[in-house]
Design a protein around this ligand. Sequence first.
Ligand SMILES: *Cc1c(COP(=O)(O)O)cnc(C)c1O
Length: 380
Amino acid sequence: MKIRDKYLSYGQQSIDATDIEEVVKVLQSPFLTQGPKVDTFEEKIAHYVGAKYAVAFSNGTAALHGACYAAGITNGDEVITTPMTFAATSNAVLYCGGIPVFADIDQLTYNLDPSQITQHITSKTKAIIPVDYTGRPADMDAINEIANQHNLIVIEDSAHSLGANYCGRKVGTLADMTMFSFHPVKPITAGEGGIIVTDSEEYYYKLKQFRNHGIVQQPEKAPWYYEMQELGYNYRMTDISAALASSQLDKLDTFIKRRTELAKQYQYLLEDISFIQQPVFLDNFDSGWHLYVIQWKEPHVSRRKAFEFLRENNIGVHVHYIPVYWHPYYQKLGYKKGLCPNAEALYQNLITLPLFPKMENSDIEDVVKGLKKAGDRFGN
Ligand SMILES: *Cc1c(COP(=O)(O)O)cnc(C)c1O
């Protein structure tokens, strides 16, 4: 007998009738790709986070690429980031010819450790890209202070943390540019989509130009006239996606409330299990609880067996993330294992548990049951 008959994935979107209606309206309208719905969504999200400008992209990776471009990252520029992220974060630096420099994480928050950032600053450093891993904001005051001292640009990868707060301020107001992703497992979805929010007019215009082939409209020269001034891309968001994301944004706070309840339930139910180290709730770092990541306190082989046991029982555990520079592509670039010991140690032990707003309390109980059984068999 399996613990569950139906597979429980680690993350999943919540779509309701309103979302569907909003998408259908676009399908019946003259605009399918970037049009009025994208404009509305950009205004809405800028207003929600409290930023001046927002530029929507076809996905979060494209948005990060745009941010690196707007920041002027180019051949040989170094950009400090965390290895405990999805490859897209540092890939965006590579797209621009920059060099990702990996700094280690803090053992409590799993986010970039500001003191580690400082150690990696050189005359070539141009920017810092902190990631709000699992939805918990990075220590942005400390990071901004370092950036100010060394004249660096801060691009916050907030793919996990739309709606989260840091010291009473919304994520989206804490960096020079902030990226959100609308992939289906993220806080809200557009199917695929991403956005940069910023208070800088200069970045705003660069981002808009970049997502549309580097083209600028110049109707003052002739009514049909436009100019391609830079090498940009087709990174436009569709109105179909924007309508979905707009409708989803209305529910974001409800989603986060539910995620937080579920996280608290894990916290309570896993409290007594000695072989599990749970994530901490920290004042002033109000997580969006995108992921619930625990550490298995037994050696690597047990984590693997426990993982397999849970998957066999239809509990969709995951591992976020393999340290980015461990990937063969990065190894070929010359990054050495051992670079960030804290991130590597975390990777050996972590398991992501299912967490998404539509989960039932009984789903949490199934996961806990699975963890206990796995512990009995392979731990201690
Ligand atoms: C999802 C994600 C991205 C990329 O977003 P996409 O919309 O999937 O391109 C970048 N960084 C992190 C940390 C992510 O989780």
